[in-house]
Ligand binder design. Structure first.
Ligand SMILES: Nc1nc2c(ncn2[C@@H]2O[C@H](COP(=O)(O)OP(=O)(O)OP(=O)(O)O)[C@@H](O)[C@H]2O)c(=O)[nH]1
Length: 317
């Protein structure tokens, strides 16, 4: 059986080789469209983060970026398509998306200082009432709003919901971002890094590529394979000509499921692979060579780590 790369990460070490107590956790960024999430992720990470396509709306939680601060690895996740769902499908997706927030160690609620508590923010606040995790309020775009308006907004938001702390920042100018990063680093629980440092930069893409393949599997096999498969990206190698070689393993629980995924003469997996490759290529912007493997891993459904990696809540009953 193949072990997951992610969990092989050694706890962090200081540069001079002294072992350090590390922390690691998930921070869910919640906010209405245009509140400045991408800008904030870039500001927190400190460099341009891989663009994660908005097209993939079926995912529960997307890794937007990974930050190291004071021996803490902060994994920033986003739960797309979360607000004011109109259609039934959207509503179903929103429900799962919120499980990403429930699973996070810290929930960062972003408010647009200019827009204030509008209809979308109201909808988020209503949903957040049932999220018990520590919540931090981040009022963004302070560069374009007066102090009085900001204070009023902070007060109104804090009357609605219990926040551990309120940060007033400008993701654009970087004002207040360092303080927020320090707070998040202190808030994530003690534990080893989830992603090895040499994989941090492509981790969001690895994760997204795995989500895409998983989505294609469900699209083709949803009735035959309910929730019993997971996909992991084992390797991601960029070649000189910019093309990318990606190897992924699809884990199923039983041999009968493996046969279903493979299909007659390998027809099903070929078709899943072709669909996934097309979409991953679009996001990567360069040719992609995708290699899929199917393996049986018994009882993965009982392993909380698997759920966590997918941004899912582990069902305890
Ligand atoms: N003035 C000002 N503008 C900002 C700030 N942060 C983000 N913006 C602007 O707000 C707009 C939306 O920012 P994004 O970072 O794309 O917002 P987002 O929340 O990621 O958007 P979605 O991914 O669509 O939900 C962009 O035009 C940003 O330049 C800020 O601190 N101040």
């Amino acid at each position: 059986m193949k072990d997951d790369v992610v969990n092989d990460a050694e706890p962090g070490h200081e540069s001079e080789g002294t072992p350090a107590e590390t922390r690691c956790g998930f921070v869910a960024l919640i906010g209405a469209p245009n509140v400045g999430k991408s800008t904030l992720v870039n500001a927190l990470v400190g460099s341009k983060v891989t663009i994660v396509s908005r097209k993939v709306q079926t995912t529960r939680a997307l890794i937007r970026g990974i930050v190291i601060e004071n021996h803490a690895q902060i994994i920033l996740v986003d739960t797309p398509g979360i607000f004011l769902p109109k259609r039934r499908l959207d509503r179903a997706m929103v429900k799962t998306a919120w499980s990403g927030a429930h699973d996070a160690d810290v929930v960062c609620v972003l408010l647009d200082a200019k827009a204030g508590i509008n209809e979308e923010a109201e909808a988020i606040f209503a949903q957040l009432a049932s999220v018990n995790h520590p919540k931090i309020l981040v009022i963004n775009k302070v560069d374009i709003v007066s102090k009085e308006k900001l204070l009023k907004l902070a007060q109104m938001a804090n009357e609605r919901l219990k926040f551990e702390e309120t940060f007033m920042i400008s993701a654009m100018t970087g004002d207040g971002v360092d303080d927020l990063r320090r707070r998040l680093a202190a808030d994530v629980p003690a534990g080893p890094y989830h992603y090895p440092e040499d994989q941090m930069s492509d981790a969001p893409m690895r994760h997204l590529a795995a989500e895409i393949t998983r989505e294609k599997i469900f699209r083709q096999l949803h009735q035959e394979l309910p929730y019993q498969s997971t996909v992991e990206t084992d390797s991601w190698t960029e070649r000189k000509d910019k093309s990318v070689r990606i190897e992924q393993t699809i884990f199923v629980e039983r041999d009968s499921q493996r046969k279903i995924v493979l299909g007659k003469g390998g027809a099903t997996i070929k078709s899943i692979g072709a669909d996934a490759r097309r979409e991953i290529t679009e996001i990567v912007g360069h040719p992609v060579h995708l290699f899929l493997f199917v393996k049986v891993r018994e009882n993965w459904g009982d392993d909380p780590n698997r759920y966590r990696e997918m941004g899912l809540e582990f069902p305890h009953d």
